[in-house]
Design a protein around this ligand. Structure first.
Ligand SMILES: Cc1cc2nc3c(=O)[nH]c(=O)nc-3n(C[C@H](O)[C@H](O)[C@H](O)COP(=O)(O)OP(=O)(O)OC[C@H]3O[C@@H](n4cnc5c(N)ncnc54)[C@H](O)[C@@H]3O)c2cc1C
Length: 537
């Protein structure tokens, strides 16, 4: 098989090209909606042109064989994959690369790296797939550190054991999504956790960011599947007990899930897996009014039917993704099960939609155990190509980024209006032209997880400042209107000030105390999740 090369500045592989028709459709759509006559394209920099800062410290002999200072490794560990990251990559702004990238294969090697970093005041940034969109893998600029090591977990890539009786798997933290599923599939099993970044993200990254898979109800966040975790901290190894459930005090696993690399490096986890689904049924339902679709989503979420997919997509976003002509809000409905036919459940969900004005075509839903219907399939393709498309749009100077949240149903209407108003105002003020679209990625009985996409006209060289202004307006509105700064993208550096606002003051103190006891030298992922307190600086 040909070896593919990951882009050091953007999403995915260099060699993967978008289908021309897909690209053309979006370029035309943007030209039309943003009033752009001609795109001026920005070419990504060459690796040779980067001129990276020389490493600021020397490595001890024992770490040299597992560390790299190659321009490719350092550049590709300088950023995650948010708009902010890719923009800086595209413009060649690699001002703060890690000094070295370490590729340990054993826990002893991780401990050696941490010991060296503690002694020398060097920051260590755990790195999974590098798909963070919140500044989670970006080296700190804090002046208390002599330098930065990015600690890439890619050699922790083994399926260690499968316990078929308990239906659990012991998986190393650096294993990527596709490798996990390939190994489990051989046993008729699946972890069934598919974030959009699945191809380029790892189990360890998912756990510490509390990632959300693409199934709409029931088990959406990875921590629901985590049975036990093993972590190397600067104070030693912490391993939690394998248990199906426990009422013994606060949960250790839950403290580590969401810790974003600031307490330790996750090396492996036992996760709950499932039998491969055999029965599937999918269909799409159209609604004239957004509010009717929202009501249908609410009723489905509270019906106990637990669809695997119940993605509400607003008209403009639906159009962009091949789901109609842009005049209707769409709900993509899907059910699946390893053990039981799901047709009945789909019919029950459709009857909820019908009462609320939902329309679905006569030849839908698709029969059991067949391919998904065409519209739902178009959505899936579009979903997976979206990150590649974003790189292409950015090269044409378009500001394109997403943000996400969750809110209870009682507040949704006011919240949604408020967020839209704030973002539209910021787009108008900073870009002149642009739009915001919405979909629900997850549904809970008590509220949806709205996911917003912004497209706006960028001014060459100023696009990042323009986006930062829009993002600030969105984040302020989200927190002020009672939402969470993130439903699944995590906190990182970018959301840290807003996370501090939404959490209780005492919880902030608790996090700082845990950090202090596990990482007293504050070497792990500084500035992420919590601020370095003044007494440490
Ligand atoms: C196009 C795109 C689509 C996305 N879609 C989704 C989605 O559907 N759902 C979702 O939840 N998120 C999504 N994300 C965000 C991102 O993919 C998730 O946060 C993911 O869980 C990160 O995993 P990773 O392995 O890439 O971790 P990284 O990006 O490498 O790291 C993320 C954080 O975890 C820490 N970390 C990584 N590995 C370890 C470890 N072994 N031990 C300790 N700390 C570690 C890092 O220091 C960092 O703070 C998306 C991102 C992109 C770019």
């Amino acid at each position: 098989m040909t070896q593919l090369t990951r882009k050091f500045w953007g999403w995915g592989y260099e060699e993967v090209k978008l289908p021309e028709a897909h690209l053309q459709k979006f370029t035309q759509l943007l030209q039309l909606t943003l009033g752009i006559k001609q795109f001026e394209t920005i070419a990504p920099p060459s690796l040779e042109s980067l001129n990276l800062r020389v490493p600021r410290f020397a490595l001890p002999a024992e770490l040299q064989p597992i560390c790299s200072s190659s321009p490719y490794d350092r550049a590709s560990h300088s950023f995650g994959k948010s708009y902010r990251d890719i923009w800086r990559g595209l413009y060649g702004q690699f001002d703060n690369p890690p000094d070295y990238v370490a590729f340990p294969s054993t826990e002893d090697q991780i401990q050696q790296i941490l010991a060296f970093a503690q002694a020398e005041k060097i920051a260590v940034i755990p790195f999974g797939g590098g798909s963070s969109v919140v500044g989670g893998v970006e080296p700190t600029q804090h002046r208390r550190y002599k330098g930065v090591i990015s600690l890439d977990m890619k050699n922790f890539n083994q399926m260690l054991a499968i316990d078929k009786l308990s239906r659990t798997a012991h998986i190393q933290a650096g294993m990527y999504g596709p490798a996990i599923e390939t190994a489990l599939k051989k046993e008729g099993l699946t972890l069934r956790h598919y974030p959009q970044s699945f191809e380029f993200s790892t189990l360890g990254g998912w756990i510490v960011t509390r990632s959300g898979g693409h199934f709409a109800t029931l088990f959406t966040h990875i921590e629901e599947f985590v049975e036990a975790i093993r972590v190397v901290t600067p104070q030693g190894i912490m391993e939690t007990r394998r248990l199906p459930g426990s009422g013994a005090g606060p949960s250790e696993e839950r403290l580590l899930a969401g810790s974003e690399g600031i307490f330790g490096v996750v090396t492996a986890a036992w996760v709950r897996v499932q039998d491969l689904p055999q029965y599937k049924a999918t269909t799409t339902v159209k609604f004239k009014k957004f509010s009717e679709a929202v009501e249908a989503a609410l009723q489905i979420a509270q019906s106990g039917l637990h669809p695997s997919n119940a993605r509400l997509v607003d008209p403009l976003e639906a159009f962009g993704n091949g789901l109609g002509d842009g005049t209707h809000t769409v709900i993509i409905l899907g059910f699946e099960s390893a053990h039981f036919p799901v047709e009945d459940n789909l019919q029950k969900a459709l009857s909820i939609c019908k009462v609320l004005g939902g329309v679905f075509e006569a030849n839908q839903p698709t029969p059991e155990k067949t391919q998904p219907d065409e519209s739902a399939d178009a959505w899936k393709k579009s979903f997976l190509l979206a990150p590649y498309l974003r790189d292409e749009m950015m090269q044409r100077g378009i500001i394109v980024e997403t943000f996400e949240t969750a809110i209870t149903w009682d507040k949704f209407e006011v919240f949604h209006q408020g967020v839209n108003q704030a973002v539209k105002k910021a787009i108008q003020q900073h870009c002149g032209a642009g739009s915001i679209t919405c979909r629900f990625t997850h549904l809970y009985p008590d509220g949806p997880a709205p996911y917003y996409t912004v497209f706006a006209k960028g001014e060459k060289g100023k696009e990042l400042a323009q986006w930062d202004a829009i993002k600030a307006a969105a984040s302020q509105a989200i927190v002020a209107l009672g939402g969470t700064i993130t439903h699944h993208h995590a906190v990182g550096k970018d959301h840290q000030p807003y996370y501090a606002q939404q959490q209780s003051a005492l919880f902030g103190q608790i996090l700082t105390s845990v950090k202090q006891s596990l990482d007293p030298a504050w070497i792990l992922n500084p500035d992420v999740l919590i601020n370095i307190p003044p007494q440490v600086q």
